[in-house]
Design a protein around this ligand. Structure first.
Ligand SMILES: Nc1ncnc2c1ncn2[C@@H]1O[C@H](COP(=O)(O)OP(=O)(O)OP(=O)(O)O)[C@@H](O)[C@H]1O
Length: 315
């Protein structure tokens, strides 16, 4: 059984207008998506800005209410669970945000920032609390004198590692990592990703890794879902998505990964332009009335949002 299953999740925001402020339409931020995450795996949710990734992540941790659909954690639908079960779930499912400056309280010392989630769920003595926080700082490679400092005294990469330590403080089973390294330099990105992997092994954590960049998640995710306009356009294993992409939107995201090697720069630019042209010229093929088609299975674990008769080279 999967650790968590997202079933036909929809999150629609009302648009109000006119003198009576009536609901005239809805923003379909998340418009019926399905995926599941196994214990200990990293699942990628990838898409451009506005595709609905963060709203999905927030709904999973309970920061947004689902309009409809199910979030099934260890066999129980959390959207309808008892308060007791929800409390346990809140401990098991944590979130790391992109912006560590605003997600870490600037007025609190690191010790209190990391200890806070522990205090919500456990009653440890001061000594035990300090030992736990020190262990957490150690595991993300922070010196123990960080305990009594404030967030502004650290670099962006260090703050993000503190965010990771806070997220694992309650020994969660699942962490929603929403663009956790997007604000960091490339070299620091690699460092933070390595710490995330190390912690994953140590605590057997699953990640939902949210990103706009297929390049960043290449070595992190075993399975990926590509999100666009509130829906999933392609779902598959790392092999399916990186080596056999079928939807033009996935191809666009792949073409957007910068190439460091100067030898192939021109070739890469030409490829990117060709993909962009194909995308713009064939809108009617990829969407129906502007909406993404339902997913169709084209391989063992590979699904693509395209009418069956238009599938190209699918297995
Ligand atoms: N509270 C809200 N009320 C109305 N519309 C919203 C609200 N929150 C999000 N949206 C809209 O829902 C859509 C999806 O937003 P979301 O933040 O989930 O996208 P995203 O893929 O995470 O993009 P980004 O990486 O820029 O945050 C957007 O069109 C956004 O404007």
């Amino acid at each position: 059984m999967s650790l968590i299953q997202i079933k036909d999740l929809k999150i629609h925001y009302p648009i109000r207008s006119g003198f009576f402020n009536r609901v005239t339409d809805h923003v379909r931020a998340v418009d019926g998506i399905n995926f599941e995450i196994e214990e200990g795996e990293t699942y990628g949710l990838i898409g451009e800005s506005g595709s609905g990734k963060s709203t999905t992540g927030k709904a999973i941790v309970g920061l947004e209410d689902a309009t409809s659909g199910q979030i099934i954690y260890k066999g129980h639908d959390i959207t309808k669970a008892s308060e007791r079960r929800k409390l346990k779930y809140n401990r098991d499912v944590q979130m790391i945000f992109q912006d560590s400056m605003s997600s870490l309280n600037p007025k609190k010392r690191i010790f209190d920032i990391i200890a806070e989630p522990i205090r919500n769920f456990e009653s440890l003595s001061k000594e035990e609390e300090k030992k736990r926080v020190q262990e957490l700082l150690d595991i993300v490679g922070m010196p123990s004198d960080a305990l009594y400092k404030y967030p502004h005294e650290f670099s962006g990469g260090q703050r993000q590692r503190i965010g990771v330590a806070r997220a694992v403080a309650t020994k969660p089973k699942l962490i929603i990592a929403d663009e956790p390294v997007s604000a960091l330099d490339l070299s620091v990105q690699a460092q933070v990703l390595n710490f995330m992997k190390k912690i994953q092994k140590e605590y057997n954590i699953s990640y939902l890794f949210i990103s706009h960049d297929l390049g960043v998640v290449r070595h992190m995710c075993e399975n990926l879902a590509i999100m666009h306009r509130g829906r999933l356009v392609e779902v598959g294993t790392r092999e399916d998505i990186y080596h056999n992409p079928q939807h033009i939107y996935t191809k666009r995201l792949l073409a957007a990964i910068p190439k460091i090697d100067p030898k192939n720069r021109e070739e890469h630019k030409a490829h990117r332009q060709a993909v962009e042209k194909e995308f713009l010229e064939n809108q009617d093929k990829w969407y129906k009335n502007g909406r993404v088609y339902p997913l169709q299975q084209i391989g063992k674990s590979h699904f693509v949002a395209l009418p069956q008769d238009k599938l190209e080279g699918g297995r």
